[in-house]
Design a protein around this ligand. Sequence first.
Ligand code: A3P
Length: 309
Amino acid sequence: MSKEEQLNYSEAIQNASAYLMRFPLIPVRGIPLMNYIANNWDSIWAFCPDPSDLLIATYPKAGTTWTQEIVDLLLHNGDAEACKRAPTPVRSPFLEICSPPPIPSGLELLHKMDPPRMIKTHLPFQLVPPGFWENKCKTIYVARNAKDNLVSYYYFHCMNLTLPEPGPWGDYIQKFMRGQLSWGSWYDHVKGYWKEREKRNILYLFYEDLKENPRREVERIMRYLDLSVSDEVISKIVELTSFKNMKENPMANYSCIPKCVFDPSISDFMRKGEVGDWTNHFTPEQSTMFDEDYEKQMKDANISFRTLI
Ligand code: A3P
């Protein structure tokens, strides 16, 4: 993809602004997805990756962008300038995203790139195109504790003017618990990849581990990708991918998305980047109610999440 095409990404979104709205959700095999995605489902499902392609899968707001930046830096031996060649969604296309033209869809961006590509998805395991598993593509899954994930998603619904209105906070918690938000149930999402992680050789990471010890997690990603970079480069990658540095990096902070889509007067994309922010949002009653429901929804899975570190 040429430099010009990369720069055109923001312009294309701006040009489509008259057609942008809070898009309704349409279920695809029971999972609510934005209508543009649902209407293009057949071509998304048919996408066949190259075996060298890497999939980065997450429930929305679990640390996707952070992981994309770490992976890109690892693949470029910590070369910060190389990783500023384009904004995140151009360097690492979002597989299923479809929007009104002329905004390029994830598939259009992917078809213009040569493998190996770094592909982002929020699809739950069962909706990932089967070609990824047939071709044994490496997959990194990042999970974040439900309460912080929910808070982050709430702010994202407020500021992303193409997602449905979040409604009042209390109602939003209910929608999250019932799996009614875009990309469906958080509980099924984290469990779906967890169950398949060994069979499919999925590297399953936790946002809280990345926060606690980014160096250890960057090294895990490096080993999974069969890369070997020096200790010095690892230190550099940890520094470049700190919340503060990514927030200031225009190629990683989503400032490429015009205000008609991501409204920074409501919330920044790089909002807080912490573990435990949920304590500032849940009332004690909401927390108890959420925890009781959580026990039920997660009883069949042996996954430990940390809500504080
Ligand atoms: P908050 O809203 O809690 O701040 P995604 O990339 O999956 O959309 O996730 C976005 C969330 O990850 C946001 O969480 C964002 O601030 C956080 N994030 C992004 N980069 C980060 C980094 N380098 N360190 C910590 N958190 C980061």
